[in-house]
Design a protein around this ligand. Structure first.
Ligand SMILES: C[S@@+](CC[C@H](N)C(=O)[O-])C[C@H]1O[C@@H](n2cnc3c(N)ncnc32)[C@H](O)[C@@H]1O
Length: 271
């Protein structure tokens, strides 16, 4: 019997990952896309997670219709709740697979997918579906990690912990350099006016440094990825303790520089 889709999702849904995803807001993650959105549009957020970006997107297109979808029932509940609390009406949140969307052809003016294609063994299937459910002339915005993370000065322990996510994603058929493929995937999917550019996720100010590193460090030292790494023997408890101490040192020293690399791409479905 094949595992449920959410069980195959490498990053997991544990508390440390949920805390990290709170950093994902429309301002931090979708600034490349929102200038292309208009009030009244219909939009699909494909792989919405707990909905922290979704709420911002709903506000941008209000009173347009926002539909969100995720493989995990728990994440769907969280997104529904977040939309309710934010007073966003005209929304629908469903459980589903972005590679087999339960929507008619040409249903949306816009499709957005953030940090999801990274985990799929077959991202072109999702791109095909995004193209199918978009209206002619519709706009797509994608953002995926690109595998060029920056830690300066170099730090062997932090770098090792970053690589654990790459290994965990790869073990489930994903690819933590997937962002580099976005332009090509969109081209192969028949999209036009494609523009892809790099960006970094980072602490935006000295005041943000400690909170940012703490949240990211927790996600890299606990949760499903670390459990998998321990069970596979990619590291042992004593190495994990060293890595955790390295994150603690980083948290207290904003003279370091830490950036997670992404590629963000926009494109249009031909009219
Ligand atoms: C890293 S989270 C990103 C969530 C949100 N987009 C964000 O950036 O905050 C990835 C999400 O993709 C979902 N996911 C993974 N594979 C999926 C699939 N094939 N179909 C739908 N959702 C999927 C997971 O359940 C998880 O909630």
């Amino acid at each position: 019997m094949s595992a449920r889709l959410d069980e195959r999702y490498a990053a997991g849904y544990e508390a440390s990952m949920q805390q990290y995803l709170k950093l994902h807001t429309v301002e931090r993650c979708a600034g490349f896309f929102t200038p292309l959105l208009r009030s009244g549009m219909s939009l699909l957020d494909a792989g919405c997670g707990p909905g922290t970006i979704t709420v911002g997107l709903a506000r941008v297109i209000a009173p347009g219709r926002l539909v969100a979808l995720d493989a995990s029932e728990d994440e769907v509940h969280k997104t529904r709740r977040a939309l309710e609390l934010a007073g966003c009406v005209s929304t629908q949140v469903d459980v589903g697979d972005i590679r087999s969307l339960p929507f008619e052809d040409g249903s949306f003016d816009a499709v957005f997918s953030h940090a999801v294609l990274d985990y799929l063994p077959d991202p072109s299937r999702a791109i095909e579906e995004f193209g199918r459910v978009l209206k002619p002339g519709g706009v797509i915005g994608l953002r995926s990690v690109s595998g060029g993370d920056l830690i300066s000065p170099s730090n062997e322990l932090i770098e090792e912990s970053l690589l654990l996510f790459h290994r965990a994603a790869a073990a489930q058929g994903g690819d933590f350099t997937r962002g580099r493929l976005l332009g090509q995937l969109l081209k192969d999917g028949g999209f036009e006016r494609i523009f892809a550019r790099p960006s970094y996720e980072r602490a935006e100010s000295p005041e943000e440094w400690e909170g940012f590193c703490r949240v990211v460090g927790d996600a890299y030292t606990s949760g499903r990825v670390v459990e998998l790494a321990l069970s596979k023997g990619w590291l042992d408890e004593s190495r994990l303790a060293e890595i955790t101490e390295a994150w603690d040192r980083l948290v207290s020293d904003p003279s370091n520089c830490l950036g997670f690399s992404w590629i963000e791409a926009v494109a249009f479905k031909p009219v």
